[in-house]
Design a protein around this ligand. Structure first.
Ligand code: PMP
Length: 404
């Protein structure tokens, strides 16, 4: 047999999809499962956005577009991204439209590091698993910066500073953050900016896909910190804000790298779906009621799940500052029921109580000294949240080991 490349064998995955397959298999056997696994809004795309997609089909907008996207969408995305970020000078030609925000993770790493050259990429741990997977597959060295529960899952900028070397080429940031719901505050971002001023060789990939789902005041981007704009690849998109995950539209901007990112798209997807691009244009320019309704609903559900989790034996949960994820600490719950770790806890919770969550190890190596965590995606109805957390509380109570 011909061999599969080392590079392909080094690829990681999103274990959310692996657990999802497990959940689907159990559901197929007739098991009643409440799932908090999947990181996407549980709403359909707004009706006027759906209509725009249908209109594009009917109007014959079926062909390729320029790799960077249709002009109207680049213009709208530039204005939208700038408006969300204190009026940054983002021009339409700085914006590249992709088939989701996800492909830009690889394109950014490929555009800022060389394979096997010892280039280092710093990324948050726990974090979106594709960062580490792509850093390794692209032949760069992954350098995790650890998130700290006592900082509401931000990292300590002093810890970041210690990790930067002359080989550091890219720093990946993600706020609001998947999987913890944590944020980096304006003050923390300013401190990070001051540190990066001393290291001009470092690019920043600002994964701001959850920018509209920020609950504590106005969203603030690292690109707004003096000196950071030119070095920052800002990544945002339609998936989370307008419940369009399956439409696959992301927008990414950088005044220097836009042509390079465009060239990657020419070499891979050619362009994002034209139909989806017209729909995304409507999402940005049309009424925002649906987006605002969804945001409010995530905020309310977040409050509900955090309250319920904090009432659950052996569980404590910080209040997320954004996105739709809760990252409860289950160290004590694991001890109470005799589970070796969060992964054993997750499996038993799924098989014995019918509640599907992800474990911390699905988002990177467990942070030493930070205990055991699981991730709830609370893009689920209030009823499911109440029922799911009640099942988890019953499961823990029923399984408490009696200490002699
Ligand atoms: N970044 C983060 C942190 C995410 O959570 C996700 C989606 N789960 C993405 C990027 C990718 O989003 P898209 O659907 O736009 O590819």
């Amino acid at each position: 047999m011909p061999a599969i490349s080392q590079r392909a064998q080094s690829l990681g995955t999103e274990n959310a999809f692996v657990v999802l397959a497990e959940v689907t298999a159990l559901a197929r056997q007739g098991k009643d499962i409440i799932s908090f696994c999947i990181g996407q809004p549980d709403f359909p795309a707004p009706l006027h956005v759906q209509e725009a997609g249908i209109r594009a089909i009917r109007e014959g907008k079926h062909g390729y577009t320029p790799s960077a996207g249709i002009d109207a969408l680049r213009e709208a995305a530039a204005k939208y991204m700038a408006g969300m970020r204190g009026g940054l000078p983002i021009r339409p030609e700085d914006v590249v439209i992709g088939a989701g925000a996800k492909p830009f993770i690889a394109y950014a790493i490929l555009s800022t590091t060389d394979h096997g050259a010892g280039d280092e990429v710093i990324y948050p741990n726990p974090g979106f698993p594709i960062y580490e997977s792509q850093i390794i597959a692209c032949g760069a060295k992954p350098v995790p910066v650890q998130l700290r529960e006592n900082r509401d899952f931000a990292f300590d900028p002093a810890e970041l500073e210690k990790l930067i070397t002359p080989q550091t080429k890219l720093l990946i940031l993600n706020y609001p953050h998947n999987p913890t719901g944590g944020l980096l505050s304006k003050k923390e971002l300013q401190t990070i900016g001051e540190i990066l001023q001393k290291h001009p060789q470092v690019w920043i990939y600002a994964d701001e896909i959850y920018s509209r789902l920020c609950y504590s005041g106005e969203f603030f981007s690292i690109a707004q910190v003096p000196g950071m704009y030119e070095r920052t690849i800002i990544s945002d998109g339609a998936s989370k804000t307008w419940a369009m995950t399956g439409w696959r539209i992301g927008f990414t901007s950088n005044p220097v790298l836009a042509p390079t990112l465009t060239r990657w798209i020419t070499n891979t997807d050619s362009c994002a779906s034209q139909i989806s691009q017209w729909a995304a244009l409507e999402a940005i320019n049309g009424p925002q009621d649906a987006a605002e309704m969804m945001k409010k609903s995530f905020l309310d559900r977040g409050k509900l799940i955090v309250r319920l989790l904090n009432e659950t034996p052996g569980v404590t949960c910080r209040t997320p500052g954004g996105a739709f994820y809760a990252w409860p600490n289950v160290t004590e719950a694991c001890r109470m029921i005799g589970a070796a770790d969060s992964e054993e806890f997750r499996k038993r919770l799924l098989h014995e109580a019918g509640v599907a969550v992800l474990a911390d190890i699905h988002f990177g190596a467990r942070v030493p000294g930070e205990g055991q965590h699981v991730r709830f995606s609370y893009a689920a109805s209030n009823e499911m949240i109440e029922k799911g957390v009640a099942r988890m509380a019953d499961f823990i109570r029923k399984n408490i080991r009696k200490v002699a």
